[in-house]
Design a protein around this ligand. Structure first.
Ligand SMILES: Nc1ncnc2c1ncn2[C@@H]1O[C@H](COP(=O)(O)OP(=O)(O)OP(=O)(O)O)[C@@H](O)[C@H]1O
Length: 694
C-alpha cells in the first residue's frame, strides 16, 4: 500500500488549480497525469526580472522590469501594424507591442493615465524602445510579485509558462517533508539538502546555479532516483537469490554432445566461455540471474540451447520466451532439428493458441511430456503450469525490462533465469537496467562472416539505389527495405511503408512483400516465411524486423531516412544481413539537410560493426537517454538523473542498495520505512511485493 504521506502527490494532476479538462491532456502529454509528475518536471533556465532601470537605460536584448505611466493606445490592423501602447517615465517613452491581443482586454490591463509595472524583453526598433508582448503587467502595489527570478519550464504546444509555473508551485506546496531515506553520514559528507529542500531549490532557484546538474540539490535528487531504481533491482535480486534454487548439472552431457555433433559449426571462444559461466551458475543451489549480452549475430541462441539442455538432462523443463511471435516461431524452426538430434520434446505456445489444442498442450506440459516450451508472453499466463521448470530463458532484445523479471519473480518461479539481450549496452546503462544480474558477453562473431559494406547515401539518389537493388535482385539477392520511422506515429510509419511497397511493386511486381506491426500475427508469419523461402525477394518493412530475425540468405539492407533511427537500432537492422557467407551491403539513405552530429553518427556505423563501440560512441554524441533509439527501449527512464552527468552516482547507488539489503534483507530496520517511501515515490514499488512483509 502506498504510504499515506504520498497520497497528495499521487492525486491526478487535475486536482491542481488551473489544470482543467482543456489543459489536462496537454500536461499529460508533456509530463504525466499525476501531481508528482510535475515535481519531476524541472525548469531548464531562469529569467531574472530584478533589473529595474529607467526607460532610457533599458538594456536591449535583456529582460527588464520598468515602472511606467500609460499614455495612449494605438490599435493596429494586422501583423504589419501591431497594436501599440505608448508608455513613459521621466527619462523617455517606450511602446508595448502586441501582435495579437484584444483591445478591450488591453485597455482594461493598461488604462490610460495609470501607473503600471511592466516586465519583459527589451528591444530597440527604429530608434524606439519596444516591449513586444511583455510577460507581466501589474499595478504598482504588486511590483514585488514581478521583481523576482522566474523559472522557465519546458513546454508543449498550447501550454504556456504562467499556468505551468502556477501548477508546479501548487504541486510543490503539496510536497510534504518526507522521512529521510538517505544515510545521514553520507548526506552530510555530500553537503546535500533534504529531499524537499532540494526540490524547492531546483523549482524556485535563486539563480541558474541550482539548475546545474552538478549542483548539490540536483545531485541529491538524481541520487534519490538512482537509489530507488537500484534498490528495486537489488530487491529483485535478493528475493530471487533467497528462494532456494536447485542445482542443475548434467555431468554426462549426453544431450549436449548430440547437439554439438549436429551443429554445422564449432562454438566460438566467447560462446564457450558464456556456456561455462552459465554451467557453473546453474550448478549452484542458488538461483541463476544472468544476462547474456551478445552483439547482433553473435550466436546467442545456441548458447541458450546448450543451457536448456543441461536443465533438461538434469530432469527439469526449460522455457524460452521471445518478445514477438515471429521470433518465437523462428526459434522453434531453428531449434526443432537440434531438439530432434538431442531427443527432446519441443512445443510452441503463443497468444494465438486457443481452445482444445491449447488445453492439450498445457496438459502435456503439466505432465512433463514437454521438455522445452518456446513462446511469447503467453508463457506466463496463469494457467500455464510446468511439471518442473528449471530454467527460463528470456530473449529480451530490449523489449521487456525489469518489470517482466519482477512479474516472473512474483509468479514464484523458483527457476534459474537467463536473459538474452542483443543490445550492446554501455556499462552505465547496463547497471541501470540490469543492476540485478551477472553478465556474460559474447564479444566475438562466428568466423567466416564477411564485413558488411555500409554506405551512407542521400535520398536524392533514391532512383539510382532502386535500380541497383533491382540489378541485385535479378542476380538472386534478397533485400530488406526498411521505411522511415515517423516519431510517435505507427500510422504514418505504415503509410510510408505502404507507399514504398507500391512504388517497388510497380517496378518489380510480385516479388515485393510488405510487413508491418499492424498486421495480424498469422499474416506476418506468412510473409516472413515467404521471404525466408525466397518467394519474395524484397521485403518492405517498418521496424518490426528490427529484432532477431534470421534469414541468412538476405544480403541487402536498405534503410530510408536512416538519420531518424537510433544508432543501436540501425546496428540491429544492419545485423539482419551479413548472417550467412554471402557478401552483404547496407544502404543508409538520409534526407537533407543532415546536421554535423547526425552525419557523425552515420559515419560511426560506416566505420565499425562492433556494437559496443557504436553504443559507446552514440552515448558520447547523444547522451544516455536516447541511446537505444526511440520506442520501447525497455530501459528505465529517468526524470532527474542524467546518466552522462550522474554516472558516478549510479555505481554508488548500486553498492549502497546491496549494502542496505545485506544489513536489512526484509526492509524492516530503522531506515526501512523511509526507503519504502522512496520506492513508492519513484514508482519502483513493484519490488516491494517481493518482500515477505510486502
Ligand atoms: N559458432 C558459430 N559458428 C558459425 N555460425 C554460428 C555460430 N554460432 C551461431 N551461428 C549462426 O549464426 C547465426 C546467428 O545466430 P543467432 O541467431 O543465435 O544470433 P543472435 O546472437 O541471436 O543474433 P541477433 O541478436 O542478431 O538475432 C545463426 O544462423 C547461427 O546458426
Amino acid at each position: 500500500m502506498r504510504p499515506q504521506c504520498l497520497f497528495p502527490l499521487f492525486a491526478p494532476i487535475t486536482a491542481l488549480p488551473g489544470v482543467g479538462p482543456r489543459l489536462a491532456p496537454l500536461y499529460e502529454r508533456l509530463l504525466g497525469s499525476k501531481v508528482v509528475d510535475l515535481l519531476w518536471h524541472l525548469p531548464t533556465s531562469v529569467v531574472d526580472r530584478r533589473c529595474s532601470p529607467r526607460l532610457n537605460d533599458a538594456p536591449p536584448g535583456q529582460v527588464a522590469t520598468v515602472t511606467v505611466r500609460v499614455e495612449a493606445h494605438f490599435p493596429g490592423d494586422g501583423p504589419r501594424r501591431p497594436y501599440r501602447v505608448r508608455v513613459s517615465d521621466e527619462t523617455g517613452f517606450a511602446h508595448l507591442v502586441f501582435f495579437h491581443g484584444r483591445e478591450d482586454w488591453l485597455r482594461h490591463q493598461l488604462p490610460e493615465g495609470e501607473i503600471r509595472i511592466v516586465s519583459g524583453l527589451v528591444e530597440h526598433f527604429n530608434n524606439e524602445i519596444n516591449f513586444p508582448h511583455p510577460d507581466h503587467i501589474v499595478p504598482p502595489e504588486r511590483k514585488a510579485e514581478v521583481m523576482v527570478i522566474e523559472q522557465v519550464y519546458p513546454l508543449t504546444a498550447g501550454l504556456t509558462q504562467r499556468p505551468l509555473a502556477k501548477a508546479a508551485a501548487a504541486a510543490l506546496a503539496r510536497a510534504p517533508e518526507l522521512p529521510e531515506w538517505q544515510d545521514p553520514a553520507w548526506l552530510a559528507r555530500q553537503s546535500w539538502p533534504s529531499w524537499r529542500t532540494a526540490l524547492l531549490a531546483v523549482h524556485r532557484p535563486d539563480d541558474a546555479g541550482a539548475l546545474n546538474p552538478d549542483s548539490p540539490p540536483r545531485r541529491r535528487l538524481a541520487y534519490d532516483e538512482l537509489l530507488a531504481t537500484q534498490l528495486a533491482l537489488a530487491l529483485v535480486r535478493a528475493n530471487l537469490r533467497r528462494q532456494k534454487g536447485r542445482s542443475l548439472a548434467a555431468p554426462a552431457g549426453v544431450m549436449r554432445a548430440k547437439v554439438m555433433a549436429a551443429l554445422p559449426f564449432q562454438l566460438t571462444g566467447a560462446q564457450s566461455r558464456a556456456v561455462s559461466e552459465i554451467d557453473s551458475d546453474m550448478a549452484e543451489p542458488l538461483r541463476m540471474l544472468r544476462l547474456l549480452q551478445g552483439d547482433v549475430g553473435s550466436g546467442k541462441t545456441v548458447v541458450a540451447l546448450l543451457a536448456m539442455l543441461t536443465a533438461i538432462e538434469a530432469g527439469a523443463q526449460a522455457a524460452l520466451m521471445a518478445p514477438t511471435e515471429i521470433l518465437a516461431r523462428q526459434h522453434l524452426a531453428t531449434l526443432s532439428p537440434l531438439a530432434e538430434a538431442a531427443g527432446i520434446r519441443l512445443a510452441l505456445l503463443t497468444g494465438r493458441d486457443k481452445g482444445k489444442a491449447r488445453e492439450k498442450l498445457l496438459a502435456s506440459l503439466a505432465e512433463g511430456d514437454i521438455d522445452l516450451l518456446i513462446g511469447t508472453h503467453a508463457l506466463f499466463q496463469e494457467d500455464v503450469v510446468f511439471r518442473e521448470l528449471g530454467l527460463a530463458v528470456i530473449d529480451e532484445q530490449h523489449r521487456f525490462g525489469v518489470h517482466q523479471r519482477l512479474d516472473l519473480a512474483a509468479k514464484g518461479f523458483a527457476v534459474d533465469m537467463l536473459v538474452m539481450t542483443a543490445t550492446p549496452i554501455p556499462r552505465t546503462l547496463l547497471l541501470s537496467a540490469y543492476g540485478d544480474m551477472d553478465a556474460s558477453r559474447l564479444d566475438e562473431k562466428p568466423p567466416g562472416r564477411q564485413p558488411i559494406d555500409t554506405r551512407v547515401v542521400p535520398l536524392t539518389r533514391l532512383d539510382e539505389m532502386v535500380a541497383a537493388v533491382g540489378r541485385a535482385v535479378n542476380g538472386g539477392a534478397r533485400v530488406y527495405w526498411v521505411c522511415p520511422l515517423v516519431e510517435e506515429s505507427e500510422q504514418l510509419d505504415l503509410a510510408a511503408a505502404e507507399a514504398r511497397h507500391q512504388t517497388l511493386t510497380e517496378q518489380f511486381g510480385e516479388r515485393v512483400g510488405l510487413i508491418h506491426g499492424r498486421m495480424k500475427g498469422s499474416a506476418r508469419d506468412a510473409v516472413m516465411e515467404r521471404f525466408a523461402a525466397g518467394d519474395i525477394d524484397i521485403l518492405v518493412a517498418t521496424t518490426v524486423i528490427e529484432v532477431g530475425v534470421n534469414v541468412p540468405e538476405a544480403t541487402i539492407m536498405v534503410v530510408e531516412h536512416a538519420e531518424r533511427f537510433g544508432l543501436a537500432q540501425l546496428h540491429q537492422l544492419r545485423g539482419r544481413v551479413g548472417r550467412g557467407s554471402g557478401r552483404s551491403t547496407c544502404l543508409l539513405l538520409y534526407g537533407h539537410p543532415l546536421g554535423e552530429v547526425a552525419k557523425a553518427r552515420l559515419e560511426i556505423l560506416r566505420a565499425t560493426e562492433d556494437g559496443f563501440v557504436i553504443a559507446e560512441e552514440d552515448l558520447r554524441l547523444r547522451g544516455g537517454g536516447e541511446i537505444l533509439g526511440t520506442r520501447q527501449s525497455g530501459l528505465p527512464e529517468f526524470h532527474l538523473a542524467d546518466l552522462d552527468r550522474h554516472g558516478d552516482l549510479l555505481e554508488i547507488a548500486r553498492d549502497d542498495s546491496r549494502l542496505i539489503l545485506d544489513r536489512d534483507p526484509e526492509l524492516t530496520g530503522p531506515r526501512s520505512e523511509a526507503l519504502r517511501v522512496l520506492l513508492y515515490l519513484f514508482e519502483r514499488d513493484a519490488a516491494i511485493r517481493t518482500l515477505r512483509s510486502g
